[in-house]
Write a protein that binds this ligand. Structure first.
Ligand code: NBY
Length: 833
């Protein structure tokens, strides 16, 4: 039964038998509870309270409504036999919590009115929340969307990850160059977490292993570690949308153990002992800011093992009943591996079953294989994680032994399946000459391996893991990514949400396929006018946000053309810059009449990995071009570049609803899926994009006539690279490209200093790994089609409405349904309260 009471309904009676009292769901109850939190939680009166006091009091008041359901869900979890999805992810990029909590508990009106009675404004208080930036980009945000959907679908799930003390760095620009600062997101207090130090888990590292005989005379192994740390769980509530379900996200924080100081450091004095503590606690100190190229750093392997060991232990020894028969483990859990970062969980579960629970090897391996599934998020070879054998042996000697045995048995299996092919077992090995290949381990151990869009899954089978897909074709599958409609439509775009709900009712929020019912409205001129009004309002809101956040001036007329994603060469922000430079050069040189230039605002959002020099150059270039273009009177204000620093979930929620055009211009075959592409289309932006990742599926659904396709197809990319790619010849063949590159190289954007971007231009002319120059002419031609389409507002709006109507497929609810059916075989549970 559903427990979310519609707003305005009488307060629910206190529920009996659950050991808790439900909060009142009305304005009077809210005001009383808010004041109690302010007075006795924060210890201040309303008049003397700071903005932060008020925000914390509000957050705690709202959270009562979720806690009540959470306790019920936890009580029930212990009773029922449902299979639980344990989503193991080194990153959860949650975004702000307050609005989502208000939405989930259906408190919008109550909060608005209650705060109003106290003379407070919700929008001021919500701005006080610092978002938990515990992820880099798409992979971490996907995890956050997935746990939202599972809660909304009442599927038992625990998200397991790391409570980084410092999340993704804060980006600012100094003279246009990226500067990184730390993200002390916990500094003002975090009302959304519940620490449970009493449930801390000990995690071991280092040392050696030894063999011994057990009582039955069998040879067994034990690990003699030489240091350990404690993992303290911090629980977060993951509320379903008004369905009474609240799941748990459990993030681990490292603390020094008591014995730690004396044993391993032999610290004779107090100061040394404290120093030893920081050694332990640095494990969960900071999120690694690389979003593609793993660094192979020891601390990172420590992080991975740390959170995975805590999580496996927590589920087996603390979540499952103490008398649970572990032979039945696959009936009760699936550990989903979000990329290779948590793969060390595989040998960890083997170690627990064999060394701690006394299982024999084969039995344990059968169970383990059924308990894991692996999602791959990349196609870049440099992104496939490998750990040096030396490091693995030093940090996790028992796990290395286990991995070696899995590898030996696997290679024997391959040799038997492909007799005579000696190269095959070597190519497929988990343990290579110097490294352990985590993607191979995940593929061997996982019951399923999935890619994140159709093309990606196909390339994963054919190009990345072809030997494995030959051996186990049925192991490979696709689940195209999705995004949560709660955060990215209902909350981020309230104007469009209201318009949609007015047209087709509110059911779309949990059944996004129903957006189809909007299709007829695409032909209704009055609806289209209201749709345009929504965009105008969203652009005005964005302009105000950028003004107050960064003092950025953003015009609200013309095409709002948005490219938001991590900065990476394969995503080709440079191609976007070349388009802007070419338009600018056209006007300045007289090739283009300024009246013929369609007004556009180019909005960028992108962080570069701090060690990725070329990405940082590209950020410098975008800012330099922007400064020049924005200031040049010859353009008559028609082209504006805005690049607000520190793109994060909070800013995404402002940018995406304002977009007319979505830039998805990666080199075909490189973007695994993309999820920003889905969010933008769902908010009524038209896509200009390559035949890559989920763009392909977006285009198929919205229709060719509502999508601007350009560029080489993946097989053409392969072909061109095979025959030898010469970027300079493409530059020479298109005078617009020659001029644009020349202009950058001349120092026109750097006060005459030609040296600043010479490396970048040289790289494009002589290497251009991601074929930006090869796709330039096609991109320019597609942008001309964009301008022509935009000149017809009715036609454009029609396409935009159809984009919204036809993108229901990209709900993460649908993605979760597919994981459930194809991979997990889990069931929703009925929340009975
Ligand atoms: O995962 C992204 C893909 O690029 C994107 O196409 C896809 O839509 C999304 C969700 O499936 N991958 C991604 O975001 N990767 C990372 O953030 C990441 C982070 C750390 C590391 C590697 C990748 N690392 O090795 O440290």
């Amino acid at each position: 039964t559903q427990v979310g009471s519609p707003s305005g309904a009488p307060a629910e009676p206190p529920r009996r038998g659950l050991g808790h009292v439900a909060p009142r769901h009305d304005v009077e109850g809210f005001v009383g509870s808010f004041m109690r939190e302010l007075n006795y939680g924060q210890g201040v009166s309303l008049t003397r309270s700071s903005l932060n006091d008020r925000y914390l009091a509000l957050a705690r008041t709202v959270r009562h409504h979720l806690q009540s359901r959470w306790m019920a869900a936890l009580a029930q979890q212990a009773d029922d036999q449902a299979k639980t999805v344990c989503y193991l992810s080194a990153e959860f990029l949650l975004g702000r919590q307050l609005d989502n909590a208000i939405l989930a508990s259906d408190l919008d009106d109550v909060v608005e009115e209650g705060l109003g009675q106290l003379g407070l404004s919700l929008s001021t208080l919500r701005a006080q929340e610092i978002e938990p930036g515990l992820g880099n980009g798409g992979l971490g945000r996907l995890a956050a969307c997935f746990i939202d959907s599972l809660a909304t679908m009442s599927v038992p799930c625990v998200g397991y990850g790391i409570r980084y003390e410092y999340g993704i760095f804060r980006q600012s620009f100094e003279d246009g160059w990226q500067r990184e600062d730390t993200d002390p997101w916990l500094a003002l207090g975090n009302p959304w977490e519940f620490p449970h130090p009493e449930h801390a888990v000990t995690v071991n590292f280092g040392g050696t292993t030894e063999h011994y005989e057990d009582e039955d005379g069998a040879t067994r192994t034990r690990w003699l570690p030489d240091w350990d740390v404690q993992g303290v769980p911090y629980n977060y509530m993951v509320p379903g949308f008004r369905n009474g379900r609240v799941n748990t996200l459990r993030l681990w924080s490292a603390k020094a153990t008591r014995g730690f100081n004396l044993n391993s450091f032999n610290a004779g004095d107090y100061v040394d002992a404290v120093r030893a503590e920081t050694f332990a606690e640095k494990i969960s100190m900071v999120l690694y800011p690389e979003d593609s190229t793993p660094q192979g750093k020891e601390l990172r392997l420590q992080q991975q093992y740390f959170f995975v060991a805590c999580s496996v232990h927590n589920f087996i020894n603390q979540v499952l009943p103490s008398d649970f028969d572990l032979h039945k483990l696959p009936d009760r859990v699936i550990f989903q591996l979000n990329d290779t970062h948590p793969v060390i969980a595989v040998p960890e579960l083997m170690r627990v079953l064999v060394d701690e629970k006394g299982f024999d090897w084969d039995e344990a391996w059968t169970i383990t294989q059924q308990c894991f599934a692996y999602t791959c998020h990349t196609l870049l070879p440099e992104a496939l994680e490998e750990w040096s054998i030396e490091l693995m042996g030093r940090l996790l000697p028992r796990h290395l032994e286990i991995i070696r045995r899995i590898d030996e048995e696997f290679r024997a299996e391959v040799a038997a399946a492909f007799p005579g092919d000696e190269a095959m077992p070597r190519r497929m090995a988990i343990v290579g000459d110097h490294t352990v290949r985590m993607a191979h381990l995940a593929t061997v151990a996982g019951s399923k391996v999935n890619g994140v869009a159709e093309l990606h899954s196909q390339l994963l089978r054919d190009k990345v893991l072809p030997d494995f897909s030959a051996l186990w074709p049925e192991k490979f599958t696709n689940v195209t990514n999705g995004v949560t409609p709660r955060r990215f439509l209902r909350l981020a775009n309230r104007n469009l949400s209201s318009l949609i709900t007015e047209a087709i009712g509110p059911g779309w929020v949990t059944d996004l396929d129903r957006l189809r019912e909007l299709e007829p409205f695409a032909d209704d001129p009055a609806f289209r006018e209201r749709f345009r009004e929504v965009k105008r309002l969203n652009k005005a809101t964005l302009a105000r946000t950028l003004q107050s956040r960064n003092g950025i001036e953003m015009p609200t007329t013309g095409i709002v053309d948005i490219m938001v994603k991590r900065l990476h060469e394969y995503k080709r922000q440079t191609l976007k810059v070349l388009h802007i430079v070419s338009l600018y050069e056209g006007v300045v040189s007289g090739r283009l009449a300024v009246e013929d230039v369609t007004p556009r605002v180019f909005a960028f959002g992108a962080k570069a990995a701090p060690g990725y020099a070329m990405a940082k150059q590209i950020i410098g270039l975008i800012n330099a071009v922007g400064a020049t273009v924005n200031a040049d009177p010859r353009l008559d204000g028609r082209l504006t570049v805005v690049f607000p620093p520190n793109y994060d979930v909070t800013l995404a929620e402002k940018l995406i609803p304002a977009a007319d055009l979505s830039e998805q211009i990666s080199l075909a075959g490189k973007e695994a899926s993309g999820t920003g592409n889905m969010k933008l289309a769902l908010n009524g932006a038209l896509t200009i994009g390559t035949d890559d990742g989920a763009n392909i599926e977006i285009r198929r659904l919205v229709g060719d006539e509502n999508f601007f396709l350009f560029g080489l197809l993946e097989p053409q990319v392969e072909e061109l690279l095979a025959k030898g790619y010469d970027p300079a010849s493409y530059a020479a063949a298109d005078p617009r490209l020659t001029s644009a590159l020349d202009l950058i190289a001349s120092g026109a954007f750097t006060g005459g200093d030609a040296s600043v971007f010479s490396g970048l231009v040289d790289n494009l002319l002589h290497h251009d790994r991601f074929l930006a120059l090869a796709d330039f002419s096609a991109y320019m031609e597609a942008q001309d089609r964009v301008d022509a389409a935009y000149a017809d507002p009715e036609g454009w709006t029609r396409s935009a409405v159809l984009n919204v109507a036809r993108c229901g497929f990209f709900s993460s609810d649908r993605a979760m349904r597919e994981y459930i059916d194809k991979i997990w075989h889990a069931q929703p549970v009925v929340t009975s309260l």
